[in-house]
Design a protein around this ligand. Structure first.
Ligand SMILES: [Zn+2]
Ligand SMILES: [Zn+2]
Length: 74
């Protein structure tokens, strides 16, 4: 199971494979970034406010509010 985040609307979606790109409220289509596999560590991005639970530090690409996510482990 992976954490997918849309860089346009900030929607977080947990699934095994990349979710459908249709239905983005902020753009023509969702643009998903795989932040990492679902795990027991919770991280918060200080830019976009996304809170995500991953097994290791999430990827920094695809932040809706900045050039890159800045993760803090909670
Ligand atoms: Zn979207
Ligand atoms: Zn972010």
């Amino acid at each position: 199971m992976n954490n997918y985040l849309c860089k346009h609307c900030g929607t977080l979606h947990q699934s095994n494979s990349s979710p459908t790109t249709t239905g983005c409220p902020k753009s023509n289509s969702h643009s998903w970034t795989n932040l990492g596999s679902v795990g027991n560590n919770t991280y918060l991005c200080k830019h976009c406010g996304t809170k995500v639970s991953t097994s290791s530090s999430p990827t920094t690409t695809g932040c809706p509010s900045s050039n890159s996510h800045s993760w803090t482990k909670l």
